[in-house]
Write a protein that binds this ligand. Structure first.
Ligand code: GAR
Length: 187
């Protein structure tokens, strides 16, 4: 059994998808052992409903060091599922190859500091992109720069708005996240 720690900052619909696909067996031989948030958010409620241990560490300069203290020793993978704080380089270096993130665009496009959630979708519409998508990648010390594990795109039409792009991105995320997690856990 592989132990996964999940970091969240918001609604946690990707967290829900991971919990559900572990329950359904799509993600194999894994367990969410802890959910950590950097702010009060619905993701914590989702975890509690499934009796998953939770922790809230307020965002800020001590986040990474406090997180390091509570990560269970037997953790195989840390998954950033809509997590918005930047982790310290020392923390990232300790988890190379064992920490992944989902990003709501086709990296390397629309990544880096300040590129999260609606900022990404606004930028995609403003740039009149013909496609967008989602990317699961390894976390390194460079923001959104780690190797891509899985990426899938969809067409952006003239009628799309940042809101419709966000919806389409979420559907792609729900599809690729479990596949990417299986891939990393079995490698
Ligand atoms: C997701 O679209 C995820 O890609 C994005 O936040 C959303 C969280 O949704 N993450 C980032 O922007 C990180 N740079 P959720 O809370 O419903 O899973």
């Amino acid at each position: 059994m592989k132990n996964i720690v999940i970091l969240v900052s918001g609604s946690g619909s990707n967290l829900q998808r991971i919990i559900d696909t572990i329950d359904s067996g799509e993600i194999q031989k894994a367990k969410v052992s802890l959910v950590v948030a950097d702010r009060d958010c619905y993701g914590l409620e989702r975890a509690k409903k499934h009796n998953i241990p939770t922790a809230l560490i307020p965002r800020g300069k001590n986040f990474s060091s406090e997180l390091a203290k509570i990560i269970p020793e037997n953790t195989d993978l840390i998954v950033l599922a809509g997590f918005l704080s930047i982790l310290k380089p020392e923390f990232c270096e300790n988890w190379v190859g064992k920490m992944i993130n989902i990003h709501p665009a086709l990296l390397p496009k629309f990544g880096g500091k300040g590129m999260w959630g609606h900022h990404v979708h606004n930028a995609v519409i403003e740039a009149k992109e013909k496609e967008s998508g989602a990317t699961v990648h390894f976390v390194t010390t460079g923001i959104d720069e780690g190797d891509v594990i899985l990426q899938k795109s969809f067409k952006v039409t003239e009628n799309d708005t940042p809101e419709t792009v966000a919806e389409k991105v979420h559907l792609i995320e729900y599809e690729i996240f479990p596949i990417a997690i299986n891939k990393v856990l079995s490698s």
